[in-house]
Design a protein around this ligand. Structure first.
Ligand code: SF4
Ligand code: FES
Length: 197
């Protein structure tokens, strides 16, 4: 077992765990958006940042991907961590301003406006890819994917056509942290009439 400290509390972890795994096991809350225990981590949202202290220096890392290490000290709620989270939330507010979930989370950190420019006031999707990973890794059908590049990147189906591969299981809606998938689902799966489920 690996032993280290989170917020001054001694915790134990298996060698292949991440800092987030160890925190969860110890009952210490770290906010996440793009993480789901059913699929591998992607490090897309950066909200799960923590401060890692080793000796006289420290750095900010994403806990859902950072491996545990003997003797380190992790701070989940330091001023530095809160500053990075506020910055991440400002970016998310600009990226998906129509998401009630993101607005509520941002407000918890005192973030109600963003210094970043809003491209689409109706956007709810933060492009975290969680829905795509769940569809692929858990459901095993790859009905949705990322479409387009750069600023034109969206989650959807090739050519925006309803996907024959979709089994309408709703997993993508369930895991979506921003409420975006609910509004996209009908486009993805199309009509259910006559479909063999
Ligand atoms: S639809 Fe939801 S889960 Fe999928 S990429 Fe967008 S925010 Fe993430
Ligand atoms: S939960 Fe770790 S980067 Fe999104």
């Amino acid at each position: 077992m690996i032993q280290f400290k989170i917020n001054g509390q001694e915790v134990e972890a298996q060698p292949d765990w991440t800092v987030l795994d160890a925190a969860k096991e110890a009952g210490i809350h770290i906010p996440t958006l793009c993480y789901h225990e059913a699929v591998g981590p992607s490090g897309a949202c950066r909200l799960c940042v923590v401060e890692l202290v080793e000796g006289s220096w420290s750095k900010v890392v994403i806990s859902c991907m950072y491996p545990v290490k003997e003797g380190i000290t992790v701070l989940t709620d330091s001023d530095r961590v809160k500053n990075v989270r506020r910055w991440v939330l400002e970016m998310l507010l600009a990226e998906c301003p129509a998401s009630k979930e993101i607005k509520a989370l941002a407000a918890e950190y005192g973030v109600t406006t963003s210094r970043f420019s809003i491209k689409n006031p109706q956007e709810q999707c933060m492009l975290c890819g969680l829905c795509v990973r769940v569809c692929q890794e858990v459901v095993g059908v790859s009905a949705i994917t990322t479409v387009g590049r750069g600023v034109h990147k969206v989650i959807g189906t090739p050519f925006g056509k309803s996907s024959e591969a979709c089994v309408a299981c709703g997993s993508c809606v369930t895991v979506c942290p921003t409420g975006a998938m609910q509004t996209r689902l009908d486009k993805v799966r199309g009509g259910l009439e006559g479909r063999q489920l």
